[in-house]
Design a protein around this ligand. Sequence first.
Ligand SMILES: C[C@@H]1O[C@H](OP(=O)(O)OP(=O)(O)OC[C@H]2O[C@@H](n3cnc4c(=O)[nH]c(N)nc43)[C@H](O)[C@@H]2O)[C@@H](O)[C@H](O)[C@@H]1O
Length: 465
Amino acid sequence: APNAKPTKAAQLNNNNCQRERFWQQQPDQATTCPPDILPLRGTVYLLYDVNISEGFNLRRDVYIRLAVFVRRLQRRTKRFRNVRLVLPPWPRLYHWHSQGLAQSDLLWRHFFDVESLRRFAPVLDFDEFVTEYRQFGMPSSPHVHVSQVFRLTHYEIMLEQGVFRDKYERATDAPEACLNAKSISGGPLLQQPLLRHARYHCVRFQGSAGLLERLLREAIHEDTVGVADAHDMRVYAVLSAETLLHDNWGDEHFWLARRSMRFAAPLDQVADDFRRSSLATTTASAGVQRPVMWELERQKRDASGGNYLCAHLRRGDFVRSRESTTPTLKAAAQQLKQLLRACNMTTVFLASDATPYELLELKELFYRYRFVHFTPESSAQRQQLKDGGVAIVDQLVCSYARHFVGTYESTFTYRIYEEREILGFSKASTFNTFCKALGGNCARNAIWPIVWPDEDDDVDDDKLN
Ligand SMILES: C[C@@H]1O[C@H](OP(=O)(O)OP(=O)(O)OC[C@H]2O[C@@H](n3cnc4c(=O)[nH]c(N)nc43)[C@H](O)[C@@H]2O)[C@@H](O)[C@H](O)[C@@H]1O
């Protein structure tokens, strides 16, 4: 009968079919799914979290470690064909000082273009994961059940007879802070009260993300011994994921993942508008490449940039904890003026976490120049961007500058270097570092240039086994 309620099985099958189409990115192919479509069985959801004290830009790097790992896992091994990396909601970070903004539990799509991430690796924003879990797993359960949680911690001694070996072990004799699940973050797993976990392990871990494959296989094996449907859905979580190293730092896979990290369109728009109105710069006039999709980017080194110098001057905790390498405001201004003269420019854009008082002081030091700084134009815009979004706008404005200088050992600066590498600037205009004092012989940041895939290389040549 046409109005009969679909059976539970048919409903589930249809759900599975819709999910399959979602992942194949063919949403419009058919209005109804064939009834005999195979459900997406054996999905493994990998949740992860990063130590609460880590900042935004290190977290971006940890994402790349996991995205490269999960993409490779999915492409290479049948068991993990349906692996999904779940993006951890952003907790309120230590550096997000502004009051009166809703700054905890932010989804990744607030900052990043998740569809773009998804074209590199199978990732889900947290709410998408919960929806999938409910639809295809346990529709009636109020909680999401994580089978096993692995909290990573370092070995006390890293070298064995002078050799660094990749290894891990479940630790029963680790410090209390690791062993005690309750002390993870002083709250629920990933700060998400709806997550419930069964087994919790403290794991000494040393090595790259690739080593997680063995850990996951062991966990799946333990969970499926004697279970009727060994290919049921599974959820695992890795905590303190910053412990993982890159499988191969700076190779073409790293850079594909990095290029797929496009910012959310509304943030891009704010940066675009600001560059146009305050710095008379557009994508075209800066001669940078920004095709709609990152897959269309090509090797390039001739971007000219807008007619301004950008400085990322890290203050805040750096002033105290990195006193020996962080310049005073006066020393920073001296170095910038020297650069302005050398580049024959009169405008400086400053990205900084400086206090309003420090900004005023800096502005005075540039009285003969044009000193530009981004602040949201209204309280509504501040509410929309939040502290994390304002920082991204700063990074985007610096990425389009003719010349850039950043702060020693700041991951915020490193992400700007990377963005400029993708946009096509010369290395000389990008990899520059403030010294403690003008004319000093100082340590500089490392230069890690972009690696483009060979035109003939198939970077997706991983084989299923
Ligand atoms: C050594 C480590 O350095 C790490 O900092 P570092 O790598 O610079 O970079 P991040 O880890 O991103 O942390 C710095 C945070 O401070 C704010 N911030 C820094 N510079 C700017 C800027 O130019 N504009 C705006 N709007 N905001 C800025 C922003 O919230 C950013 O995420 C710290 O996270 C760690 O706690 C530790 O101190």
